[in-house]
Design a protein around this ligand. Structure first.
Ligand code: UDP
Length: 241
């Protein structure tokens, strides 16, 4: 078992991208309805006042450090965090090996039409990949049984849920037994980026650890969420023993 680092009460796995991919492959082989979460600063901050989210993250089989904030926090607290494992990148790495390893995906979430576009993009980038179903993420509670049946019958190895934080984590955790999918991952805005609706920050900005700034600039409605970053930093500093 790899090392886990506690950040604001949440256990985050200290893994590189190749190790994260290997862990997901092992979880698929185990076939135990595993949950994978990608923890950025905002998610970890939310978990400090959302006990349900915190418990789900601590029960998850793999929690990767998505974002410069999470990597900084781990290192500041004196633990090794080898690198950032962004949810978007983890999805691309898994899709890359999917044709060869026969990994089947289901894409659940985002606005109507987006998951289909993300599917087409994946088929273009990763020839031979099997995306066994898609479904948008805007639904009423009375639709849930049908959505669960659709996913279950499609028998994916990996369910990607893009419903936003913490909705995706809570939904996946609540329904994991009924879904019976080997691995489910909450992936936030990944389908929007794959579909080309939202742009990923240029590489230099990602490397300069400024992806959060790029996202806020591009989607001004998100700018209010920026306050999460300094709040996160202060909480981490205050939590250091
Ligand atoms: N979304 C959804 N259903 C909802 C709310 C949101 O499918 O009820 C989708 C939304 O369209 C977007 C994603 O969830 O594709 C959330 O993206 P965001 O970048 O905000 O993710 P976060 O930062 O919350 O992980």
């Amino acid at each position: 078992m790899a090392d886990r680092v506690e950040i604001l009460g949440v256990q985050v796995d200290s893994v590189t991208m190749p190790q994260a991919v290997e862990r997901v492959e092992n979880l698929i082989a185990e076939n135990k309805n595993s949950i994978v979460a990608t923890a950025n600063a905002e998610m970890l901050l939310n978990a400090t006042h959302d006990a349900e989210l915190k418990n789900i993250l601590n029960a998850a089989q793999l929690v990767v450090a998505d974002g410069a904030g999470t990597v900084w926090a781990a290192n500041y607290l004196g633990h090794k965090m080898p690198e950032r494992v962004a949810g978007f990148d983890l999805v691309q790495e898994l899709m890359k090996i999917a044709p060869q390893k026969s990994l089947k995906f289901f894409l659940f979430g985002a606005s109507p039409g987006i998951a289909e576009k993300a599917k087409s993009k994946a088929e273009e980038l990763y020839p031979g990949i099997e995306i066994v179903g898609t479904r948008d993420g805007y639904f009423k509670s009375e639709d849930e049984a049908e959505i669960i049946a659709q996913i279950k019958n499609a028998k994916p190895d990996i369910l990607l849920a893009a419903l936003g934080v913490p909705k995706q984590e809570k939904w996946l955790f609540a329904h994991k037994a009924e879904l019976g999918v080997p691995v489910s991952i909450g992936v936030g805005g990944t389908f929007d980026v794959m579909a080309g609706v939202v742009k990923r920050a240029p590489l230099w900005m990602q490397k300069a650890k400024l992806e959060w700034l790029f996202r806020a600039m591009l989607q001004p409605s998100r700018a209010g969420r920026l306050i999460a970053l300094p709040k996160f930093v202060f909480k981490v500093i205050a939590s250091k023993k």
